[in-house]
Design a protein around this ligand. Structure first.
Ligand SMILES: N[C@@H](CCC(=O)N[C@@H](CS)C(=O)NCC(=O)O)C(=O)O
Length: 250
């Protein structure tokens, strides 16, 4: 089986795809792309969409973390990413959908809002990546990449603040899924691989980590993505972080 995964370093859905390839024991090569530039690069190699993760596998092109999960399951059923029991599978698929459609984006918006304020941490998110760009040029591209990424992800003040407000309820939901045995069971599943990188990325922000690390959600991230790349020092306005200081429902 020949596989190449196109990623943006530290992209949470791209890490999800990488973890699922590793879970299946499928060897793969990785192409690291810079944000924004990734859009044109993916089109240039024939993908219909402009986002990572994008996977070329045995000549097929698959894009999107959930699509990749299904293609990997089809190509190599063992070890499974989804439970065989239909009810359990439905619960994992629902958790996976929540991770993809509700959890991923707010964290992306908070991150790019922070980068807009201070682009210095950008480099830490590319640690270990093979970006084929001379360092001088990479430095020059950082400012437009951050500006455009913040723009594409609509990382406005209002949206970043709304995303922070939404976090406690989403963390409660992850904790509930863990308590219900849907996540963080003996065998990791597609929803674990979908959700843990989002939590792991959130924990790279010094402002968010204290509200996550002591919870079951934080434990899940430590198990699945113990070395998540990147570190963003405190940057978010204190008033915006107030919702994270409230006691949780559970
Ligand atoms: N929900 C999609 C999200 C894909 C997505 O938006 N990926 C981001 C990186 S996290 C991307 O490629 N953005 C393009 C860019 O930054 O230029 C999935 O799970 O595959």
């Amino acid at each position: 089986m020949s596989a190449r995964l196109f990623v943006i370093p530290a992209s949470h859905p791209a890490i999800a795809a990488q973890l699922m390839l590793e879970h299946k024991g499928i060897p793969f090569k990785r192409t690291d792309l810079l944000p924004v530039i990734s859009k044109g690069a993916l089109r240039a190699v024939g993908f219909p969409g402009t986002t990572v993760p994008a996977l070329k596998i045995d000549g097929a092109k698959v894009q999107g973390s959930r699509q990749i999960a299904r293609e990997l399951e089809r190509l190599r059923p063992e070890p499974p990413l989804f439970p065989a029991d239909p009810q359990q599978r439905a619960a994992v698929e629902e958790a996976e959908r929540f991770g993809d459609e509700q959890l991923q984006h707010p964290i992306r918006q908070i991150l790019w809002w922070g980068m807009k304020r201070d682009k210095a941490p950008l480099r830490s998110y590319s640690e270990g990546a093979k970006i084929r760009l001379p360092i001088g040029l990479a430095m020059k591209t950082a400012a437009p990449i951050v500006a455009l990424s913040a723009h594409f992800n609509e990382a406005s003040d209002e949206n970043a603040r709304t995303s922070i407000e939404a976090l406690p309820a989403m963390l409660d939901r992850v904790d509930e899924l863990i308590a219900a045995g849907v996540l963080n069971g003996e065998r990791l599943n597609a929803a674990d691989f979908q959700i843990a990188p989002s939590i792991g990325l959130a924990m790279t922000l010094d402002d968010l980590r204290p509200a996550i690390e002591g919870r079951p959600a934080g434990e899940l991230a430590r198990r699945v993505v113990p070395d998540y790349p990147g570190k963003m020092p405190p940057i978010l306005p204190a008033a915006w972080l107030e919702p994270l200081r409230q006691p949780t429902a559970s």
